[in-house]
Ligand binder design. Structure first.
Ligand code: FMN
Length: 267
């Protein structure tokens, strides 16, 4: 079973490829997280699979996103006791290998290793996304890693990440979440049409529409989905995102181009 979390589509794209090659079931963590907020009593995180569990997600501050860690710790896994990880990243996965191994120890699963693929940088509230043509090439190249990891998974072999990057120490991770993972700087420009796509996609259900305008509720994980999916590029994060290109990869593998009116109902 392939479980994925994705803010702007990169990890979903990788998860789709792995599920297709391994001929395995694909499950969206985003959807389950949303369901659990909206209907907590009827959304058990219980997963049953004879094949190994494969967790696919982005790298946040050279670790797994803490929302994914919480999700895994809240879940019950039946059948296979083996868990693989495949992380997408802008540059490197740093301590994610150790982080994933630690989570497995805590939840009683057998850690089967971690592999990764560089994908377009989506963290535009801090950095810049690549140019569209470059992004197409990066996405295409990432398939090689997804294919090679899938073969290892099917053969029951451990994955060993070759793309380590920076080993960020624990205190830095806490500072990162404190100073960068918040929604205090989100604003909406006049060209917002109140379509509600941002609210519909937010994995933590942190965005509510009030009088036709999105408002953020303080439980943001900085996944970038709202700012990236907005069809009118009407969302800004303080001054940091002004005039910056938004990056979003749809489930059919196409990129969103500026002011495109297409939405995404398949998080
Ligand atoms: C909050 C945040 C933190 C990130 N931290 C890292 C990082 O430490 N290392 C890295 O290589 N990429 C980092 N990135 C980039 C993403 O991991 C990368 O673009 C990923 O493919 C996005 O996946 P998604 O589209 O499935 O959300 C970060 C992105 C965000 C939004």
């Amino acid at each position: 079973m392939v479980l994925y979390f994705s803010g702007t589509g990169n990890s979903r794209f990788a998860a789709q490829a792995i599920a297709r090659i391994c001929q395995d079931e694909l499950v969206s963590i985003n959807k389950l997280m949303r369901q659990r907020v909206l209907d907590p009593y009827n959304t058990p995180y219980e997963f049953s699979s004879d094949s190994p569990f494969v967790v696919v997600c982005p790298t946040y501050c050279y670790h797994l996103p803490l929302v994914v860690e919480s999700f895994l710790k809240d879940s019950r896994f039946v059948g296979s006791q083996e868990m693989y990880f495949f992380l997408t990243c802008g540059s490197g996965t740093g301590k994610a290998y150790d982080h994933a191994a630690q989570i497995c120890r805590e939840i009683g699963m057998r850690f089967m290793g971690l592999a990764s693929a560089k994908m377009p940088e989506n963290f535009i509230t801090l950095f810049r996304a690549p140019e569209p043509d470059d992004a197409v090439g990066i996405v295409r190249a990432s398939l090689t890693q997804a294919e090679s990891a899938s073969k290892q998974i099917m053969a029951g072999r451990m994955l060993t990440d070759v793309n380590a990057g920076i080993a960020v120490p624990e205190p830095f991770l806490r500072l990162f979440y404190r100073f960068f993972v918040h929604d205090r700087l989100f604003t909406v420009k006049e060209n917002c049409t109140g379509c509600g796509v941002c609210a519909a996609l937010c994995p933590t259900v942190n965005i509510r529409m009030k009088d036709g305008v999105p408002t953020w509720g303080g439980n943001c994980t900085q996944c970038q989905s709202c700012i990236a999916i907005c069809p009118n590029d009407a969302i800004e994060f303080g001054r940091r995102t002004r005039k910056k290109r938004r990056y979003y990869l749809y489930s059919d593998g196409r990129q969103k181009f500026p002011s495109e009116q297409k939405t995404d109902n398949d998080p």
